[in-house]
Design a protein around this ligand. Structure first.
Ligand SMILES: NC(=O)c1ccc[n+]([C@@H]2O[C@H](COP(=O)([O-])OP(=O)(O)OC[C@H]3O[C@@H](n4cnc5c(N)ncnc54)[C@H](O)[C@@H]3O)[C@@H](O)[C@H]2O)c1
Ligand SMILES: [Zn+2]
Ligand SMILES: [Zn+2]
Length: 346
């Protein structure tokens, strides 16, 4: 085994600096020195839900960038020194219909998650990227295109690709009318990507102070979700509504602003939802969801971001301040993604 240092859960928000084991490189593995690791709201959900008595430790972190420091014997696509990015999936079966269709994120035998997943070959629990080193199968590492800043690019690997796939799958392009509900990590990237795809883009938020930010991010309009008059006036308007709200919420107001035959793509809170069928019937509206990305679309998203100068708006903190980042994220005090600089673990 190899050892590295990382941040391991010791309570719902507490993390402790500790030494961790990484597997010895298999023939198709890369060792990656993690330089930057984004803090996703899902990390908060995972910490909250983690049973502290569980045998398997929880090390969060599933959107990171770094540099290849070692390669397995059969790796041909990467060399030591390459800049790479790793997201929230690190393996899949490779043979099921979903994998063959390039949707490894929907692998029928479940994709291996970057942390809290089960390694397909040795059955161990995966430990995430809040650590100085990650060992990843080469197929699930992505060359980081030149021009992308490694700190600002890290959040593209979960937040970015999670909003990119539905935008693409729902055919967003010039002439589309898109709304983004919830302006956080996912939301602000959804705005940038939708605008770059040519869509007329509106932010729907309960936080009036985010109006200026929304427009600076490229949005064409801002809707105050607490203003029922404004929401009513916007009925049946958007071809696609990207919902990134992190807490349970009533879908009705967001379905009402979807245009006829349009889609509400629910990406944020992923628990059970209640839908009034009439809210779908009137206007033949669709409710959909998505998460993460297949290898092909992840690579496409990175290239699109490089070509269009898109990355996350980040606040970079030394990894020792991980608990500050988590606390502030919980209080919605983030503009718009915390990224941990892992170099303090050396
Ligand atoms: N589908 C996926 O695969 C996937 C991937 C990543 C994250 N997520 C989930 O998406 C959600 C957003 O993640 P994030 O990292 O962007 O989080 P974030 O905290 O950066 O953003 C969440 C946004 O939702 C807003 N919000 C919270 N409660 C609200 C409410 N009741 N009404 C209106 N707005 C509210 C916040 O103000 C914030 O702007 C989380 O629940 C996360 O777990 C899903
Ligand atoms: Zn995430
Ligand atoms: Zn599969």
């Amino acid at each position: 085994m190899r050892t590295t240092i990382g941040w391991r859960a010791s309570g719902p928000t507490a993390l402790r600096r500790t030494s961790l084991e990484r597997r010895n490189l298999r023939s198709d593995d890369l060792a990656v020195r993690v330089d930057y690791s984004g803090v996703c709201h899902t990390d908060l959900h995972s910490l909250r839900d983690h049973d502290q008595r569980a045998i398997a430790p929880l090390v969060p972190g599933h959107e990171c960038t770094g540099v290849v420091t070692g390669t397995g014997a059969e790796v041909t696509a990467f060399s030591v020194g390459d800049r790479v990015a790793v997201g929230n999936i690190v393996d899949s079966c490779g043979t099921c219909a979903m994998c063959r269709a390039g949707q490894e994120n929907f692998c029928r035998s479940f994709p291996t998650l970057t942390y809290g997943g089960t390694d397909r070959r040795d059955g161990s629990t995966t430990l995430g990227a809040f650590s100085r080193e990650y060992v990843v199968r080469d197929r699930f590492a992505y060359p980081l295109p030149s021009g992308l800043d490694p700190a600002a690019a890290a959040p593209l690997m979960c937040a970015g690709v999670t909003v990119w796939e539905p935008l693409r799958a729902l055919g967003v392009g010039p002439g589309s009318r898109v709304a983004v509900a919830g302006l956080g990590g996912l939301g602000h990237l959804a705005v940038k990507l939708a605008v770059a795809l040519g869509a007329t883009t509106t932010v729907i938020s309960r936080t009036q102070e985010k109006r200026d930010d929304a427009l600076r991010l490229g949005a064409h309009d801002f809707l105050d979700s607490t203003d029922t008059r404004q929401m009513a006036a916007t009925r049946d308007t958007f071809d696609v509504v990207i919902d990134t709200i992190s807490a349970p919420h009533d879908l009705a107001p967001y379905l009402k602003v979807v245009a006829m035959d349009g889609t509400l793509s629910l990406l944020g809170y992923l628990g059970p939802v209640t839908v009034e069928a009439m809210d779908l019937l009137v206007g033949r509206k669709r409710l959909s969801s998505a998460g993460s990305g297949g290898r092909r679309s992840t690579a496409e998203m990175l290239q699109f971001c490089a070509d269009n100068g898109i990355a996350a708006d980040v606040e970079v903190l030394p990894s020792a301040q991980v608990e500050t980042a988590l606390d502030r994220l919980r209080r919605n005090d983030v503009r718009y993604r915390f990224v941990l600089d892992m170099s303090d673990l050396d």
